[in-house]
Design a protein around this ligand. Sequence first.
Ligand SMILES: Nc1ncnc2c1ncn2[C@@H]1O[C@H](COP(=O)(O)OP(=O)(O)OP(=O)(O)O)[C@@H](O)[C@H]1O
Ligand SMILES: [Mg+2]
Length: 244
Amino acid sequence: MQKRAYFGVEGLDRLIPQGMCYGSQIMVHGDTGVGKTVLAAEFIKEGLRCGDTCIYVSCDEPPEVMRRYLQSFKVGTRAYEEAGRLIFVDAYEEGTSREKYHFSEQNSLEKYFALEKELLNKLQSEDKQIRLIVDSLSTMFTLFDEVEVLEFHRSRLKFLRKAGVLVLDVFVDGVLSDRVMTVVSHLYSVILRMKFGGSGVYPVRLLQIGKLRSGKFTSTPYMFWISPIFGILVASELGGVEVG
Ligand SMILES: Nc1ncnc2c1ncn2[C@@H]1O[C@H](COP(=O)(O)OP(=O)(O)OP(=O)(O)O)[C@@H](O)[C@H]1O
Ligand SMILES: [Mg+2]
């Protein structure tokens, strides 16, 4: 049987009991500060735990921020980086970067795609299961018009699906137009929405699976918390809350 992949967040994985196949594409979108990068850290931790090679493309913050998140979850990154199991691409710094992989040509989606292909081709010759995380793709898309975004997006996801790469693309809500978000989202096999709910006085964090191309899922929003030690904790089934 084909190996299945999980987020590494117990309450969330329970909502997708059949897991995801390599070659699936996950869209994580949500409010700023809601926990998307924390979720990405857990997804990487899970990948490292089960033997995958993880590539993290850091667009919104320096890669050092993700190293710190992973360290707070008891994952020392150095050994994984030295073994080539964890690769950081610095797409944040516009000037010089201390990172081995640096992408500073944010004005060209084509060049970004070429970098992804080059990295993946190198890894695939070694027959590995790969997780690719881009945090966030909305930042990369802001400079381009709708047609360019969709053209790039379609051919990129097609290439990644064929290559059997498990992709997690992060989008910050409110950065791209609703129309672009809707069209872009159609191409993903799993959509995970993270948002703030509740009242302004008592805000709560909610997550919701918006789509799963195959298999069962529940679209009920679930409350979650971020613990400094355990990371994302999702409410049990009884804790699921119905909101609009
Ligand atoms: N280890 C941790 N323990 C507890 N809280 C944390 C931990 N790491 C991050 N946080 C908190 O979790 C929240 C979410 O952080 P995160 O960086 O994941 O947000 P985000 O959704 O990626 O936001 P943005 O869109 O601005 O990148 C922040 O308020 C942060 O302070
Ligand atoms: Mg973030």
